[in-house]
Write a protein that binds this ligand. Sequence first.
Ligand code: GTP
Ligand code: MG
Length: 196
Amino acid sequence: MIIHVVGGFLGSGKTTLLIKIAERYIADGKKVTILVNEAGEIGVDGASISSNGLNAIQLQEGCICCTLSGTLQSTMRDIERELDPDVVIIEPTGLALPHKVRELIRGTVSEDEINTIGICDAMRFDRLREKKEDFLRMQLQRSDVLWINKIDAVDFEKVFEVSTWLRSICPNVPIFMVSGKTGEGLEEAFSKSLLL
Ligand SMILES: Nc1nc2c(ncn2[C@@H]2O[C@H](COP(=O)(O)OP(=O)(O)OP(=O)(O)O)[C@@H](O)[C@H]2O)c(=O)[nH]1
Ligand SMILES: [Mg+2]
C-alpha cells in the first residue's frame, strides 16, 4: 500500500491535484482511497469522487496532525483492513505539518511506501512569503518531492523565483512545475513522484 501525503498551505491546490493523482492511478487500474481532513464543501466533492469508483473518507472537526492524530491512526488501520487499496492519498489541512502526518502513519506501512508531496502556490507566493515565510518553510521542508502549482497563472520569472526559494530550503528535493488547472507538467511530475 502506497501512501501519498499531499501537503501545502490553504488554497495551494491540494484537492485539485489529489483528484488528478487519484484519476491517474484509477486509469492504471489501481484501487484508491482518498482521506481528506476538511470540513464542509469537500463533502460534495467526496460524493462525486466516490461515484467514480474510489473511496473518499473525510475527517472533520480537528486536525489529523494534532487533535485527530489517534483518529488518523485508527482510520488508516480501518482503511487497510476493510478497503485494502493499492494507494491512499491523504490531504491534511492547509495549516497542518505533513511530516507530522508522516510520523503518525509510519506504523501502518513501511517508511519507503510513504511519499510526502509538498505543494507550493506560485500565484500567491509573494504574499505568502511576506507574511508566512517561516511557516511555509516548516510545512514544506521535509517533503520527498515538491510541486510548484498554478504555473498557468504566473510568468516564468515567478516560477524561477519560487524554485530558487524552494531549492534554498530543500536543497536535495526534486522540484516539479505543474498546473492542476491545465494539466501542464503533471505527467512528468507523476512519473517521477508517484511510485507508479
Ligand atoms: N490558476 C490555477 N488555479 C488553481 C490551480 N490549482 C488549483 N487552483 C484553484 O485554487 C483554488 C484552491 O484549490 P484547492 O484544490 O481547493 O486547494 P486546497 O489546497 O485543497 O485548498 P484548502 O483545502 O482549502 O486548503 C481553487 O479555486 C482552484 O480552482 C492551478 O493550477 N491554476
Ligand atoms: Mg482542499
